[in-house]
Design a protein around this ligand. Structure first.
Ligand code: WT7
Length: 677
């Protein structure tokens, strides 16, 4: 494990204590219908067949011009896939399904209030709405191929419609998770250079209609401060004939999308055929230091990889009803609610709200009513569903053939509840390990082929060749303990660069184990995932967590730096340090320590002010479990805050040897304060 991992805040080690579990085999019924049961599949995707093996995935797409070069490494480590090819993503997700399936449900939308009907968008309806929206973006907003647009929307059908409309024009979308603050959105607008923001007036969450448009005003202001003008704000409405927001529309800047759309009724826009290596979208994620990184994803490679993994790992057939409960504002939603399932012509379910509102049976009622047979969610949600309604699934008449878990390690005990109770002991489960950067899955069992092992992501998926290195670049083999898991080879779903910051891309992801920066050979550029992992003798990987300064809350990465700087915006705060604390439901949560400037007193009002600041700066997802106001931070003699010590205190663990600190006494004082006694 890296020096960092042992001396700094890190969560690697959560899963390391779990014992090896027995295999659980998929049922014969599942295998009989599975998309992939060919035992030679891993050979077909062996390193000796690389990169041409990925033709299999590219051929799931319709190409306007077929590509001539599978992988171009001339700008290593910025890989170009399927060079020479031209295609359009909205054509692949929508138009091409019309001939045979225009009346089939593309998207089924479940609003949070159960009093509201589900909305079914057929492929034909999706086609019409994507075209009209594309016409509006092109003519009214003046957007064209290569421009960036920021989309800050909740889970409503207008979100995938907007994304597909952008894709139709070759406009690069940057979807910001709806739960993020206006400030976080504004920073992303500025970084991506968007002059159009697409937002929504309101949405339901936990029974309340939340004002969302209010965030747009803040976002535009922040973007302006950072030098990015926003000329137009398009506002979709939760109810077409009503505006549900307290904030006034700004004259000449804000437009109700549905009003403007009236002028584009019946308009059709020819898909813009773009080169395979053109960017399709940006997705921001937290990194070790500084501001969020805009992961730039490609068009052809990304779509091929999303489609291939949706077909073989998600086992999606055209007749399946597939429900992924993620938010489209995260990469999971991009790849496995929108792009993968729609490319395959399946029916994808979208849910607006919280799966346990108004009661713990809600999710299972949706599954029953829509006859969902593939279900996809994260351990944090599974833990919540299990906590509030361990016996609820049995009360509903649904049957899943396949289920996914994603985003963080899943405890074997939680896995077993998922399998036995939610999956009736019959559903095949895939534990999919991947990242915002990777576009699609890295490790998972092929569900019709390989047995499941609770608590373990499984082997690498076809075409992915991981390697675990120790700090000196020596390979850690099977049974050899934990190390830094890397991927030896490029793959089509991998991000292309960090938007506007190639150096950071190379440094963060490829420099660690590269020995020749001038090399054009992909073999010299292992991709550093930033996770610690172990490999067991059977070739299954267990992912232990992040080795960098990133906290994975509910399966989503938050930078410790971002949370700490949010704490620092409060005037009274002198220093702030965040650590991850184990949490029964969310896996880990941020726990914040602050010290105050001289002359200020600790009190509850101040704690609340600090929590509010974090929510305002980042969003509720980053809310610290506690704010501990301490007299001083434990520090090394060189003045570095010892987050490791704070982390031990938050988690009730031994702080280890602290005698070499500059101020060892403070440790006991903080310990008393946090743990009592
Ligand atoms: C980090 C990526 C994957 C899309 C959603 C989150 C952790 C992800 C697993 C898993 C153990 C996992 C890793 C990874 N992670 N999936 N199945 N088992 N850990 O995307 O926000 O980019 O986070 O999530 O630490 O690096 P993300």
């Amino acid at each position: 494990m890296s020096e960092k991992a042992t001396t700094d805040v890190n969560e690697a080690g959560i899963a390391v204590h779990w014992q090896e579990e027995e295999y659980v085999h998929p049922t014969t019924d599942f295998i009989a219908q599975a998309n992939m049961t060919d035992p030679t599949i891993h050979d077909q995707f062996g390193l000796d067949k690389f990169p041409n093996c990925f033709k299999q995935y590219a051929d799931l797409l319709d190409w306007y011009e077929y590509w001539h070069t599978t992988l171009d490494t001339s700008d290593a480590p910025c890989w170009k896939w399927f060079v020479g090819g031209k295609l359009n993503v909205s054509y692949n997700c929508v138009d091409r399904h019309l001939a045979d399936n225009k009346n089939k449900a593309a998207i089924i939308y479940a609003p949070e209030p159960e009093s509201e009907d589900h909305l079914v968008l057929t492929y034909q309806e999706l086609y019409v709405r994507v075209n009209e929206t594309a016409a509006l973006l092109q003519d009214f907003c003046g957007l064209k191929h290569g421009d960036r647009v920021t989309i800050h929307m909740p889970m409503v059908p207008e979100l995938p419609i907007t994304m597909l409309a952008c894709a139709r024009l070759g406009v690069i979308h940057s979807v910001v998770f709806g739960g993020f603050s206006g400030k976080a959105c504004g920073e992303r607008i500025a970084d991506s250079g968007s002059n159009v923001l697409i937002t929504m007036d309101s949405y339901y969450r936990n029974g309340k209609l939340l004002d969302h448009k209010v965030k747009a005003d803040e976002a535009v202001a922040i973007a302006n401060e950072e030098g990015q003008e926003v000329d137009k704000v398009l506002v979709w409405q939760r109810y077409r004939d009503k505006y549900n927001s307290e904030t006034p529309m700004v004259d000449g800047r804000d437009y109700f999308t549905y009003d403007v759309l009236k002028e584009y009724r019946g308009k059709r826009i020819d898909p813009v055929w773009v080169p395979a290596e053109d960017p399709l979208f940006l997705m921001y994620t937290s990194g070790t230091t500084g501001k969020p990184k805009g992961c730039q994803h490609s068009t052809g490679g990304y779509l091929a990889y999303a489609a291939g993994t949706s077909k073989y790992i998600q086992d999606i057939h055209p007749e399946d009803v597939y429900w992924c409960m993620a938010d489209i504002g995260w990469i999971t939603g991009h790849s496995y609610i929108v792009y993968g399932p729609l490319t395959l012509g399946a029916t994808t379910v979208m849910f607006e709200g919280v799966p346990v509102y108004p009661d713990p049976g809600r999710a299972w009622r949706i599954a029953e009513q829509l006859d969902v047979n593939i279900f996809h969610t994260a351990p944090t949600t599974i833990r919540m569903l299990r906590k509030v309604g361990p016996d609820e699934p049995a009360k509903y008449n649904y049957k899943f053939k396949h289920m996914t878990t994603v985003g963080e390690p899943i405890e074997p005990e939680v896995w077993r509840w998922y399998h036995k109770v939610v999956g009736r002991g019959e559903a095949a489960i895939v534990d999919t390990w991947w990242q915002t950067e990777t576009g699609g899955f890295l490790c998972s069992t092929v569900p019709g082929l390989e047995p499941m092992k609770p608590g373990s992501a499984g082997p690498a998926v076809p075409g992915i060749h991981p390697i675990i290195y120790d700090d000196d670049g020596k390979e850690v083999g099977a049974g050899g303990g934990a190390g830094n898991i890397c991927i030896q080879n490029p793959w089509p779903g991998a991000f292309q660069t960090i938007w506007g910051d190639r150096d950071r891309y190379v440094t963060n992801y490829y420099a660690r184990y590269n020995t020749n920066p001038d090399s054009k050979d992909w073999r010299d550029w292992p991709y550093l995932t930033g996770d610690a992992a172990t490999l067991s003798e059977d070739g299954y990987y267990r992912i232990l967590g992040r080795i960098d300064d990133v906290i994975n809350v509910s399966g989503h990465r938050l930078g410790t730096k971002e949370i700490e700087s949010a704490g620092l915006v409060v005037q009274e705060v002198a220093e702030s340090a965040v650590v991850s604390m184990a949490d029964e439901l969310k896996g880990v949560v941020p726990d914040l320590y602050v010290s105050l400037k001289p002359g200020y007193e600790a009190n509850d009002a101040l704690k609340k002010k600090i929590i509010d600041a974090v929510i305002r700066e980042i969003g509720p997802i980053a809310k610290p479990a506690h704010v501990h106001i301490v007299r001083d931070m434990p520090k090394t003699r060189s003045g570095k805050i010892m987050r490791r010590v704070l982390s031990a205190i938050s988690n009730g663990k031994d702080t280890g040897d602290v005698t070499t600190l500059a101020n060892p006494d403070i440790v006991e004082e903080i310990q008393k304060m946090v743990q009592g006694g």
